[in-house]
Design a protein around this ligand. Structure first.
Ligand code: ACO
Length: 315
């Protein structure tokens, strides 16, 4: 497949490190030096589905495609207003599409998982035009009294329209279960027969374990897609890395020995927006006119599971 349109949507509220310092025992200095984050967008009066719908409409407009011409919608999403129906169904109705759709929970790797699935759908010969939307609201998952997790995340949505093409050159997905390093449980109604204690816990994260996993997994995945596609790091024009922590991105940069210009960043403005992170970055560089036809792009992300994935594609 190839990507022919991108879009993104952010909540209006900007939460700066200074604002967090007023409610938590933290500082702009700590957050900036440990993570690279200066501010993030947090949902206040908006609904996540409205951001998802807005991002989807912008991507369709960018692709010059009507919603009725879509053959499938895949939405990467971890939490949303509804447990059922899926977010993709809300998007499908709001944009006026009449194709099938489903949600996937690939944590922060959702976009890359969705690209690989879209490619496989296309290769099946059954579907041609596929909309991928990533919509995430981690601000509803963290405990806002917990300075170790709440400062890292932001909310947002982004989308991409794919159609027939031969531009996805290689993908590498992986999962290795270490669920107790980064997780959140949620509370549903228990039946009268259920004997387990009811728990509604905020996100739990063992930051240093996640950090080590993320660095190793990204380097392994990027090496794998370069090898599979027969390219060297020198030939890659843009490395779009999940914006979770600037230090992780710098480790990857050092490994591939490529200059800063090839690593666009927006972590300072948005923090970690989970699966929306890579497509938000993609839309930014696209709209800034930084992508030229034929450019080689490597995308890499990692997240709760642990899961990770990378792909290499031609613009
Ligand atoms: N402000 C001030 N101090 C803090 C804060 C804060 N916000 N958070 C933690 N600290 C303190 C700790 O309490 C600790 O204090 P102590 O030494 O007195 O015990 C000290 O800072 C150092 O804490 P560490 O956890 O060792 O700090 P570290 O350098 O590892 O940075 C961080 C923590 C930023 C979470 C880092 O481990 C990290 O980025 N990990 C990866 C997290 C990540 O990328 N998650 C997302 C990927 S998966 C996904 O996207 C869902």
């Amino acid at each position: 497949m190839k990507i022919i349109g991108t879009g993104r949507s952010h909540p209006s509220l900007v939460v700066t490190n200074e604002m967090l310092s007023q409610i938590l025992d933290t500082s702009d200095e700590w957050i900036t030096t440990r993570t690279g984050i200066k501010e993030r967008r947090v949902i206040s009066s908006e609904n996540l589905e409205d951001l998802a719908i807005d991002a989807a409409k912008k991507a369709l407009a960018d692709a010059n495609m009507e919603a009725k011409d879509l053959d499938y919608i895949i939405c990467a999403n971890v939490v949303n207003e509804f447990i059922s129906p899926a977010m993709s169904c809300l998007i499908q109705g709001a944009i006026g599409a009449n194709c099938p759709c489903f949600d996937l929970n690939g944590a922060c790797v959702g976009f890359i998982y969705a690209l690989e699935i879209a490619e496989a759908f296309y290769k099946s010969g059954k579907y041609k035009n596929i909309l991928v939307v990533c919509a995430e609201e981690p601000s509803r998952m963290v405990d806002w009294h917990d300075r170790t997790a709440s400062v890292l995340f932001g909310d947002g949505a982004a989308a991409a329209v794919l159609t027939e093409g031969d531009n996805i050159k290689a993908t590498k997905m992986s999962a290795s279960c270490s669920w107790d390093r980064l997780y959140q449980k949620h509370e549903l109604q228990y039946s009268p027969y259920n004997t387990k204690p009811n728990s509604n816990l905020p996100l739990v994260m063992h930051g240093q374990d996640v950090f080590m996993f993320a660095t190793r997994a990204a380097i392994r995945d990027i090496s794998a897609v370069l090898k599979q596609s027969g390219h060297t790091p020198d030939e890659v024009d843009h490395f779009l890395i999940h914006q979770a922590n600037l230090r992780i991105i710098n480790n990857i940069k050092q490994y591939v020995k490529q200059p800063d210009e090839k690593f666009p960043l927006n972590i300072d403005r948005y923090g970690n927006t989970s699966s929306a992170s890579v497509p938000i970055l993609l839309d930014e560089v696209n709209k800034e006119g930084r992508l030229k036809r034929g450019d080689l792009i490597v995308m890499s992300a990692f997240g709760a599971g642990f899961v990770s994935g990378a792909c290499i594609l031609e613009w």
